[in-house]
Design a protein. Sequence first.
Length: 440
Amino acid sequence: MPTPPSAASREKPVIRDRGDACPGALRLHAADDGFLARVRIPAGLLTTARAEALALAADRFGDGHLEITSRGNVQLRGLAEDCGAGPAELLDAAGLLPAPAHERVRNIVATPMSGLEGRHRPDALAWALDFDRLLCASAGATALSGRFLFAFDDGRGDVAALGPDVTVLGGPDGRALVRLGGAADAVDVAASDAPRAALLAAAYFLDTAGVAGTRAWRVSELPPEHPLTAAELIRRLLAAGIDAVDAGTPTWPYAPPPAPAGPGDDGRGALCVLPPLGRATTAQWRVLVGVAEQGRGELRVTPWRGVVLPPGDAPWPVASVTARIEDAGLVLAPDGPWQSVTACTGRPGCAKSLADVRADARAVVDRARGPLPVHWSGCERRCGHPRGTAWVDLVAGPTGYRLAAPGRPARHVPDTPTELAAALADARTTPPAPDPAVKK
């Protein structure tokens, strides 16, 4: 099971000296394997009709695959330079594009299992969808970067651990906490005011970034002399008619990502499906769409690159659903070799990558299991690496990989499958050695 995040996993402050170049569905990115489109999926929620539209776009314009990102969005790769407005028109017709100015303000995650395990927690997806309507109606919000992250957590602490810029955490008695970045203090508001409070928190960030003159994309990039404080956020919320009080420094919960899971013996559980490395062929994706139609008719894409399929009123046909998903090469059983294994695009899709990291991951996945997550990176940028957990870091170099595990010094590992598998299995399963410099 992944361990809670530590201070060492936080990003270092960065001062940006250029504008945001993150791709979207309208502004494509030129990759080595063709153009890339990144489609915003607020709260990760897709109807089966919208999910089918994504598959159609991948087949018609792309390479026949869909990639789930670490922000719960979906990427189309391999688009031709001359595809024109075709992908955007198809996505727009399916309701997958907001106003053009808002389509790259896209990172809105919510607890994927919210509402599927009883009514003792608030509905985080409803918060997120209400918030998205407010966001897309706000002209000022278009100044947010494509990396700014909003998280709506039902109180268990899963998406709250992803290092969001604005976090809404559900609490008891119809209340919620709002926090900016990794600040210790939080603000307490009524749950019904949480979406509007989150938008006002983002406006506070934009105002501060403008005063600081840093062109910061994230809260963590603001300089120390321009901090965001709970007191100022409260002042702004009160001025907007939202009752808010200082919650002090609450203890924040932590919950690991949902593990792959089948329907249960009674057929009434949510299906938690993992496409290996977060990448699915359109045929695999359509299997998920077909199964979802037997349930509630929706797919919930997660920031851990999985897909949750909520059950419908009737139980799942357990045997047929399980066989259909697993026969498609998708992971449904817990503790499989692909659980907690992620990778960047790598070669041949990325010119900066020094290795075909996905091929290397596939070559050793059965021999390198362990409880710690692992992320394969083709270069030092570590695109898509895990957040909110301790993880094993593999970074490709000219002659192999640099492997770093929590509590251990980094070391070089040759890129042969045998040596990689042995080193990675050890790093994922063996507890870190005690530091001799620390006295007991």
